[in-house]
Write a protein of this length. Structure first.
Length: 429
C-alpha cells in the first residue's frame, strides 16, 4: 500500500484537489476553497516542492467558483494572491538564470506590439493586447527557470495536470446541464452551457491540450484503462461544446494518437486488453443514454451545425485582409484591434491565427513565423518520448483549430503552450 501511494502520490494529490474544486463549484465548500488552497500553496513553497504542486492550485482555484468571471473583486484578489505566492516561491526556492530559446521571438512580438500602438483605435484595446504578449514572455521565462528537475519527468506531471483539469471541466459542464431549466439536449444544441468562470470556448482549450498529452500518460502507465476512461471524459467535454473547430481538432488528434500508441507500445496485447475495457465501459454508457434518444439527438444537433460551413468565418478573414492592406507595415493596433474592426459584425476576433496576427502588420507576421520556426527547431532538437506528442500538439492547434480559431492569441491557451514548451526545453534527452 505504501509503495502504491509513493508511486502515485501526484495522481492522489490531483484527485484530492479535483474533488475539492468540484465540491466548491457545486456550492458545498465554495467559501473555504481559496483559504484552503492558499494554505496548501504555502506548504508547497515551504517544503520546497516542485512547481507542479503549486501550479494546479492556481489552475483549479479559478474552476471552483461559478461566479468568478463577473466577480471583479474576487478575481482581483485571486490574481494578486497567486502572483504573490509565485513570487515568494521564486525568491525562496528558485533561481532565474536563463532566458530560454524562445525568449527573443516572444520579445519580438512584444516590441512589435508596442510599435503597432501608433495605429491603435483606442488605448485600452492596444494596452490589453500588449499586456497579453508581455505576460506570455514573463510566464515563459518563469517556467523555463522553474522546471529544471533532472530526476523528474515534469512533462508527465504537466500532462496529468491538464488531464485532471479537463475532467473537472467536463463534470462541471454536466452539472450545469443537469441544473438548467431546459432539457439536456436543448442546453447542448442551443449552446447554453455557461460555467460562470470563463467563456466555454476558452475553457475547452484545457481539454484540447490534454488529449494528445494523454498519449504518453497511457503508454507510461501500468493502469492504462483508468487513464483511458479519464481521456473519454475529457473528450466528452469537447463534444458537449458543439464547437466545430474543437470537435475537428479532437478527431485529428485521435487519428494520429491511436496508431501512434500501438506503434510505440512495447506491450501491445496489454494495451489492447485495457483499451477494450475502456471501450466496453463507453459502450455501456452509450447504450444506457441511447434508450431515451440522447446519443442520436446529440448527433442530430452536431451535424445540424453544418460542420464544414465556412462562409461566416471567411467573411471575417476578408475584413482582416482589407484592414491589413490599410495598415500593412506596423499593423492596425495590436492583437485585440479586431474588436474595433468587427464591432458591426458581432465578433471579437477574426477566428483565424494568421488573420489575427495580421493586426501586428508585416513585421508581426515575420516575428510570428520566426517564433513558430523556433518552436519546431526546439521540439526536433530533443530525442525523447515527448517529441512527437508535442509536435502534434503545436501543429494541429496552429493549422487545424487555428484555421477557425485564433488559439495562439487566447491568453489561456498561450500560457499553457509556453508552459509545455518550457518544460520540454528542460527535459532530458
Amino acid at each position: 500500500m505504501k509503495e502504491f501511494i509513493l508511486k502515485n502520490k501526484y495522481d492522489i494529490y490531483l484527485i484530492g484537489l479535483s474533488l475539492l474544486t468540484y465540491l466548491s463549484y457545486i456550492g458545498l465548500i465554495e467559501q473555504f476553497l481559496m483559504p484552503l488552497f492558499i494554505l496548501i500553496a504555502l506548504g508547497a513553497v515551504l517544503l520546497k516542492l516542485d512547481i507542479f504542486y503549486l501550479i494546479p492550485l492556481g489552475v483549479f482555484m479559478q474552476m471552483g467558483s461559478g461566479g468568478l468571471r463577473d466577480d471583479i473583486r474576487t478575481t482581483t484578489v485571486y490574481i494578486i494572491i497567486f502572483t504573490v505566492l509565485l513570487v515568494f516561491d521564486v525568491l525562496y526556492n528558485r533561481k532565474i538564470n536563463k532566458l530560454g530559446k524562445l525568449f527573443y521571438p516572444l520579445l519580438g512580438l512584444v516590441v512589435v506590439s508596442i510599435i503597432t500602438g501608433l495605429n491603435a483605435p483606442s488605448l485600452f484595446i492596444w494596452f490589453a493586447g500588449f499586456i497579453q504578449l508581455f505576460a506570455v514572455l514573463v510566464i515563459y521565462v518563469y517556467f523555463v527557470n522553474t522546471t529544471q528537475e533532472p530526476k523528474e519527468d515534469l512533462m508527465l506531471k504537466a500532462s496529468k495536470l491538464f488531464l485532471y483539469a479537463s475532467v473537472i471541466i467536463t463534470l462541471e459542464m454536466l452539472f450545469v446541464i443537469s441544473q438548467h431549466s431546459l432539457a439536456p439536449l436543448e442546453v447542448i444544441s442551443r449552446r447554453k452551457i455557461n460555467l460562470g468562470w470563463e467563456n466555454i470556448n476558452v475553457v475547452i482549450f484545457t481539454n484540447i491540450i490534454a488529449i494528445p498529452l494523454i498519449t504518453n500518460i497511457i503508454l507510461k502507465s501500468k493502469y492504462k484503462a483508468y487513464y483511458m476512461v479519464l481521456a473519454i471524459v475529457a473528450a466528452l467535454g469537447i463534444f458537449l461544446t458543439l464547437s466545430r473547430s474543437s470537435v475537428l481538432t479532437l478527431i485529428v488528434f485521435l487519428a494520429f494518437m491511436v496508431p501512434y500508441m500501438f506503434y510505440k507500445s512495447k506491450k501491445r496485447v496489454n494495451l489492447l486488453l485495457q483499451g477494450l475495457i475502456a471501450l466496453g465501459l463507453l459502450a455501456i454508457a452509450v447504450i444506457i443514454l441511447e434508450q431515451n434518444g440522447t446519443i442520436s439527438g446529440y448527433f442530430d444537433a452536431l451535424f445540424g451545425r453544418e460542420l464544414l460551413a465556412y462562409d461566416d468565418r471567411f467573411e471575417l478573414i476578408v475584413i482582416a485582409w482589407d484592414t491589413f492592406k490599410s495598415h500593412w507595415l506596423i499593423g492596425s493596433g495590436g492583437i485585440y484591434a479586431s474588436r474595433h474592426y468587427l464591432i458591426e459584425h458581432g465578433a471579437k476576433n477574426y477566428h483565424n491565427v494568421i488573420a489575427q496576427v495580421s493586426t501586428l502588420g508585416i513585421m508581426g507576421l515575420g516575428v510570428f513565423v520566426w517564433l513558430f520556426v523556433e518552436k519546431v527547431k526546439l521540439i526536433l532538437s530533443k530525442k525523447n518520448t515527448w517529441k512527437r506528442v508535442v509536435l502534434l500538439l503545436v501543429f494541429v492547434t496552429a493549422f487545424v483549430n487555428g484555421w477557425v480559431q485564433p488559439m495562439y492569441f487566447y491568453i489561456t491557451y498561450t500560457i499553457y503552450l509556453v508552459m509545455i514548451l518550457a518544460i520540454y526545453e528542460n527535459s532530458t534527452s
